[in-house]
Structure formats: C-alpha cells, structure tokens
Ligand binder design. Structure first.
Ligand code: ATP
Ligand code: BTN
Length: 254
C-alpha cells in the first residue's frame, strides 16, 4: 500500500497546509478544533478514522487501507451565506468531474451528498461549520471508497461499492481534488451555485425517474426533475413542481 505523502500533497496545494495522520478520530473534527490557527484551504487527511461520521449522527466506516478520508477548511469572509446549503451539491459535482477527468466511468450523484459508483454508494460528503467574529468557517468532509474489501454491516447498512478496479493513486486524487475544490470554492463565493447548475444533470442518478422522499413524518412520491439554482430538489407531483430544501430528507428510488 502506498501511504499518503504529506510533503507531496503540500507542494501541490495552492493554498493552506496539508496535514496527514496515520489515525485520527475524524478529519472533520480535527479541522473544527483547529480552524482558528489554520489558513483557509488547509487539508486534513488520515489513513483511518476511529469516529468517522456521516450526516445526522450516522457513522462513516473508515478502515485502514486505500480509501480517502479528506477534509478541507474554507474561510468565507463574506456574510452572504444564503447559498451555503447548496455547497454539498457543488462538492459532489467537483468529485464527479474529478473522476471523469481520471476516466472513471459510471459515477453518479444522489442529491444532496452521496457519490455512487455502479449504482451503489461509493462516497459521501459532510459539511460542517463554525461562525465567529472573524467570519464563517466551513469544513468540507469527503469519504471515498477507493479500495475497500469488506465492511462492518452494523455501520454500512446499504449497498456500497469501491473503485478498487481502477487502482487509483490516493496522493494524486487528493491533490487533484484539493486544487479543483479551492478553485471552485472561490468561484462559488463570487457567483453562487447558478453557473454550475447545468453541469449537475449529467451525473444526477434519479433525473426524471420515480422517487420517494423520506422526511421525518412522511413519504412523498413523485418524479425527480433535478434541482434549481438554490440546490433544492424539484419533485413533480400531479403535473406540478414542488421544491424541497436540503435538510432532514432522504431520497430513494421508488
Ligand atoms: P441520505 O443522505 O439520503 O439519508 P444515506 O442513507 O446514505 O443517505 P448518509 O448520512 O448520507 O445517509 O450516510 C451515512 C450512511 O452511509 C450510513 O448510515 C451507512 O449506511 C453508509 N456508510 C457508512 N460508511 C460507508 C462507506 N465507507 N461506504 C459506503 N457507505 C457507507
Ligand atoms: C455521508 O454520506 O453521510 C457523509 C460521509 C462523510 C465522510 C467523510 S470521511 C472524511 C470526513 N470526516 C468525517 O468524519 N466525515 C467525513
């Protein structure tokens, strides 16, 4: 196994510091603990996480091996944060386009934060934030199953996949992803999500398919019609389009 190489990643990072750990609780947690002392763009990577997390208190299975556990800190000086919820969609798009550039086929995005390969979950995104007097700090967390031979079924409770057949170089993926993310986050800060909307459709796993939305107290059925420029899901029901904001919602095929 080729280990993550801090010096290599650091020299390829346009801004920020690169920190690589053999083992950590969570790469997101590390950046949330240290955001005040690290420059924007800093990256935290680990070979394994003992408390990797997903959305809504779920766990992210993080074995030692060839997976990627990647978090990036981004400091927003602007206080116009109305579009911040669409950021996980933007990050998903950056991941999908990075793999496309590397000739990995059949990557899709499931709104709002999942990366699928061959129709099964291969990766996920968890954005967390802190606000203080100097601004808004975002931690973008990405888990990608680049190579994973088995899982703990108590943690991974749904179909999963990995990219082991591609034998990808983790140091290369980490640096390409970090560069693209930094570039895209700067563009997003100036222009919001709207300019990226068209690029989303190509990867949208359920576009124009029957789906169900699982909310806390209901299941809503309809046809997925993609997303709008706020990153909200467009659901067609009885010929009308309804919008659903990112939040406590899970999207499933019907
Ligand atoms: P949704 O966001 O639509 O609710 P979800 O069910 O995938 O989707 P998330 O919170 O996004 O929920 O992701 C956490 C889930 O991902 C866990 O409950 C687990 O089933 C699954 N999971 C955990 N680790 C991995 C992994 N390494 N690879 C694939 N799936 C994983
Ligand atoms: C999800 O699908 O719910 C999101 C999973 C996000 C996992 C990544 S792994 C790197 C970073 N550190 C964490 O603890 N979580 C994210």
């Amino acid at each position: 196994m080729i280990l993550l190489n801090q010096a290599y990643i650091q020299q390829a990072l346009p801004q920020g510091r690169a920190l690589v750990f053999d083992e950590i609780d969570s790469t997101n947690e590390y950046l949330l603990q240290h955001y005040q002392s690290l420059p924007s763009g800093s990256l935290c990577l680990a070979e394994t996480q003992t408390a990797g997390r997903g959305r809504r208190g779920r766990k992210w299975y993080s074995p030692v091996g060839e997976n990627l556990y990647f978090s990036m800190l981004w400091h927003y000086k602007s206080t116009n944060l109305s579009q911040i919820s669409s950021l996980s969609l933007l990050v998903a798009l950056v991941i999908a386009e990075t793999f496309e550039e590397l000739k990995v086929e059949d990557i899709q995005i499931k709104w709002p934060n999942d990366i699928y390969y061959q129709g099964k979950k291969m990766g996920g995104i968890l954005n967390e934030s802190r606000i203080d007097q100097s601004g808004f700090y975002l931690v973008i967390g990405i888990g990608l199953n680049l190579a994973m031979s088995s899982v703990d079924p108590n943690i991974v409770t749904q179909a999963w996949s990995d990219l082991s057949e591609y034998q990808l170089d983790r140091n290369q993926i980490a640096t390409v992803l970090a560069r693209r993310l930094q570039q895209t986050l700067s563009e997003f800060e100036q222009q919001g999500f709207a300019p990226f909307l068209e690029r989303w459709y190509k990867f949208d796993i359920y576009y124009q398919q029957a789906v169900r939305l699982i909310t806390e107290n209901a299941e809503i059925h309809g046809i997925s019609q993609g997303i709008n420029d706020k990153g909200e899901l467009l659901l067609e029901r009885d010929g009308k389009i309804e919008t659903f904001a990112i939040g406590e919602i899970s999207l499933r095929s019907n």
